[in-house]
Design a binder for this molecule. Sequence first.
Ligand code: XIL
Length: 456
Amino acid sequence: MNHRTAPPRRRAAWVAGAVAVATALAGGVAMSTSAQAAGDTLQEAAADQGRYFGTAIAGYKLQESAYETIANREFDMITAENEMKLDATEPQQGQFNFSAGDQIANWATQNGKRLRGHTLAWHSQQPGWMQNMEGSQLRQAMLNHVTEVASHYRGQIYAWDVVNEAFADGGTGARRDSNLQRTGNDWIEAAFRAARAADPNAKLCYNDYNIDNWSWAKTQAAYNLVRDFKERGVPIDCIGLQSHFNSGSPYPSNYRTTLQSFADLGVDVQITELDIEGSGQQQADTYRKVVEDCLAVSRCEGITVWGVRDSDSWRSQGTPLLFDGNGNKKEAYHAVLDALNGGTSTPDPTEDPTEDPTEDPTFPAGDCSADLRIVNSWQGGYQGEVAVTAGSSAISGWSVALSGGISVSQVWNGTLSGSTVSNVSWNGNLGAGQSTSFGFIGNGSPPSAGSLACGS
Ligand code: XIL
């Protein structure tokens, strides 16, 4: 089982103390007298803790150098966001297509990264032919799919999400109804057995969302599945917690209990699709807690975030990732890096927040109008969207005053200065009557929707 315990890559250890330095210098090794070095990237900092730090990759984006650069620099575990799913790999029954999956696998190999396989059996993203199947025909087709795909990638996959999302949401703890479930309750173990036979060296995970909160029925259902498999000797090596956090599924304060409880069943724990909607300090704090919880559980092997930049996210509106759309490191990134480094690294020096509480600027009326709507709100914050519309003449730039006690922690498609948001390079030119919009995350409770002062 050679893929199970790849040792973390170690960077040069830094040693404190004159004796150690002298010894090391005698050996010709460049040393520093500072304490243990902090990792400079997520993968380095995680490796120093014996963990991995991964991301989902969309294969077609690897052509984009800004994307590829961040992905390669920061992450050492790769999951194909869509390319190894059922519809991608078996578009016609019995005709397998691994070109998109292989592209990602090859990129990972060439860059020294490990791969998580996602996913062999799932009710969603099934090819059309499978969606229309039921019963023993479907069971057979599913097992054939597991066997063929796991065999194709044999030796390349660190861990497979063998079965994804098999439990229902809500308070019942029941299985999710699906064509796969209707083939019989034992479809999950059948899939795991087929996967083990096809790739004995890959770790086999059960993966799901909303299994983070220890007191939720769905969490208990997944826990009981793992316990049952371990008791009966059904092959299972790991639990994958997707951990998509937002106002409806918030980070739970008992998350660490959940991670530890699964680990205590004798499986590894992987956080497989982490994203946390929000922004600023609040988002950063939650990311930090997730990292701290993982580090506190020795069998929590690593964390994968579900995308590189906010703009790459499947929930881009919620800005849930570690890099903004321009590839800049967000506060959340620094919190994660710091937590991986044991909470000891110094944050980047930032400018003093010299926000002079200026008067709301007044603009000549008539050039443009700005209308605020509240997209979403949660305890302590909200997301606003402002539509900017040119008046009867074309304009080549605009500014909107966020008045009425709006306190903003993040703006996109606009530039914030004080309490004024101006256009970015590509949305300043508006023909007469034409509109564009920008978005922001506000602190506190949302103001009522309505118009704001706009000038050009
Ligand atoms: C998402 C992808 O991010 C999207 O690009 C795609 O359109 C839908 O699937 N749980 C999972 C992932 O296991 O496969 C999903 O990925 C997100 C939720």
